[in-house]
Ligand binder design. Structure first.
Ligand SMILES: [Zn+2]
Ligand SMILES: [Zn+2]
Length: 157
């Protein structure tokens, strides 16, 4: 089921976890501020107090979306006319322009692709996946059992 991991997993695990040991379970509360970084160039994705992402619409029209940087407050702003229920074609880092699409990984609520960004939590950065379909609020932090950081109410909304 879960064996289609994106290729960059090895690299972020080295970057993120080698020097840290989380033995305690941490719950990320709703409303936690998500300080986001590109998994490729490691630069901040924050701009104008939002998570800024380059986007290609389903019609390949280039633009941007801005996500609200608080957990479970997923408002989106965009200069594109994104139809509700439509998957964007690509999401890219606005610093290095690398695609943030997480390979063939699919949203747990449907067949849409997901994008992956890094979220800073205390002194570490963890991969945060979210659905590329407009209007879908599915997201997760993908960690193995060793690193127990949970998203508040992540199954419920
Ligand atoms: Zn980048
Ligand atoms: Zn979805």
């Amino acid at each position: 089921m879960d064996n289609e991991k994106p290729n960059q997993k090895d690299s972020w695990e080295k970057i993120v976890w080698d020097e840290h040991n989380f033995n305690n379970r941490t719950v990320l509360k709703s409303g936690s501020y998500l300080n986001c970084y590109c998994p490729y160039c490691s630069l901040s994705l924050m701009k104008n107090n939002g998570i800024h992402l380059e986007t290609l619409s389903a019609d390949d029209e280039p633009g941007w979306v801005e996500l609200c940087p608080y957990l479970n407050a997923f408002e989106r702003k965009s200069n594109l006319k994104l139809a509700e229920g439509e998957e964007v074609h690509d999401i890219r880092c606005w610093q290095c322009h690398t695609s943030l699409r997480a390979g063939d990984r699919k949203c747990d609520r449907g067949d849409s692709h997901v994008a992956c960004i890094m979220v800073g939590i205390s002194s570490v950065r963890v991969p945060f996946y979210f659905c590329m379909r407009t209007g879908c609020t599915w997201h997760t932090i993908d960690l193995n059992d060793e690193h127990k950081i949970l998203l508040d109410d992540s199954m419920e909304w």
